[in-house]
Design a binder for this molecule. Structure first.
Ligand SMILES: Cc1cc2nc3c(=O)[nH]c(=O)nc-3n(C[C@H](O)[C@H](O)[C@H](O)COP(=O)(O)OP(=O)(O)OC[C@H]3O[C@@H](n4cnc5c(N)ncnc54)[C@H](O)[C@@H]3O)c2cc1C
Length: 353
């Protein structure tokens, strides 16, 4: 068991000292946590804000992608309350807000949750083991791969899933963005800051992205569209040199030179922890009811791990809030009976996809 809060997310200088002092004041972790939140995206941090304000002293385990997907993007213009904010700043603000109320973060990765509980047992890649009366799964989603030859080999050598992280390396280069949704257009626009040319390759002849983004992309002189086309392979020795494309209308296959391939063709839920343990829908999302309950009482889920429809920072945050409020009620029920208890209000889970 950890003692103190030496595992808070890092911050520089004076702030770090303040955090350490606060950590010392809070003392060691309890033997059995009230709630463990798995994931540090908007859903996880919003759940942390609410459970912390309910005095539950939540422990949030960040996973490898600290800040989640929103930390990978630049301009966020649709999060209520902000005209425009950088993705990393938005999630850092959430973290600070949660920590101010007593949430604590552990930079680690959950490898297993033993669902026989409560208390549930949560194990991490760092070799730690926690007991928790409730868990909020906020593991989100990861980019879907194209699944074509060369993609894996050339990832990090011209193939990327994060324009914010890698755009800088493509100054005055030629780039292809694969996809036709909001993310594809948003990131293509961002990449025009660096690249000489950005071609958006889309399998249809219409975009899925919102009209504002479409208008901006179409007006940008550096952006070109390659319609009705798919990538069949990415080629190069040590870096991307060419991409093989297939025109779905004519059937023609051809190679075209490029320096970078940025892939935005959707996301897959990060569900490894839950396979065979919790009810999933056919696309692998956790099934929850309106109270964010999964098929195991005491395990709640929020954000893109259970949402296959809205997939926004604000909706994920809202679902995190809902999961936190229900976890709080669940814990109150649990405390009313002898712990670890039997059935209560929250024991009956009605599943709805
Ligand atoms: C490029 C891009 C641009 C976007 N732009 C916008 C935008 O402008 N506006 C908007 O509203 N939305 C935008 N989104 C969508 C938004 O980022 C997501 O809807 C939101 O981040 C989902 O939040 P989440 O908390 O559910 O999951 P995620 O953000 O996916 O976070 C999941 C978290 O779970 C953690 N995790 C996973 N597995 C484990 C494990 N085993 N143990 C511990 N932790 C784990 C990860 O490390 C991560 O911290 C964008 C997404 C992308 C990719």
């Amino acid at each position: 068991m950890l003692d103190g809060l030496s595992f808070n997310l890092g911050s520089a200088g004076g702030e770090e000292a303040v955090e350490e002092t606060q950590a010392a004041e809070r003392g060691p972790r309890p033997e059995i946590e009230n709630v463990i939140i798995v994931g540090s995206g908007p859903a996880g941090w919003s759940a942390a804000i609410y459970t912390a304000r309910a005095d539950l002293r939540p422990l949030l385990i960040t996973g490898n992608d600290v800040g989640g997907q929103i930390a990978l993007t630049t301009e966020v213009e649709n999060f209520p309350g902000f005209d425009s904010i950088q993705g990393p700043e938005l999630v850092e603000r959430m973290q600070r807000q949660a920590e101010r109320f007593g949430a604590e973060a552990l930079i680690d990765y959950v490898t297993e949750i033993d669902m026989a509980g409560p208390p549930f047992t949560v194990r991490t890649a760092g070799g730690l083991e926690f007991k928790a009366k409730s868990v909020i799964a906020a593991t989100g989603a990861s980019p879907r791969r194209l699944g074509v030859p060369g993609e894996e080999l050339l990832t990090g050598r011209g193939v990327s899933y994060c324009a914010t992280c890698d755009g800088f390396f493509f100054r005055n280069k030629d780039i292809m963005v694969i996809g036709g949704g909001d993310s594809a257009l948003q990131e293509a626009l961002f990449l025009t800051k660096f690249a000489a040319r950005v071609r958006i390759v889309h399998r249809r002849d219409q975009l899925r992205a919102g009209v504002t983004l479409q208008r901006r992309a179409q007006a940008n002189p550096k952006i070109e569209f390659v319609w009705n086309t798919v990538v069949t392979s990415i080629n190069g020795q040590n870096k991307v040199e060419t991409v093989t494309l297939r025109d779905l209308v004519t059937g023609e296959t051809y190679d075209t030179p490029t320096d970078g391939v940025f892939v935005y063709i959707g996301h897959l839920p990060n569900n490894e922890l839950f396979l065979g343990k919790l009810a999933l829908d056919e696309d692998g999302h956790l099934i929850t009811d309106k109270l964010m309950r999964t098929s195991v009482p005491g395990i709640f889920a929020a954000g893109e791990i259970q949402d296959h429809r809205f997939k926004q920072a604000a909706t994920s945050a809202g679902q995190g809030v809902a999961a936190a409020m229900e976890a709080e009620k669940y814990l109150a029920d649990l405390e009313d009976r002898t712990y670890p208890g039997d059935e209560g209000t929250h024991a009956e889970v009605k599943l709805a996809a």
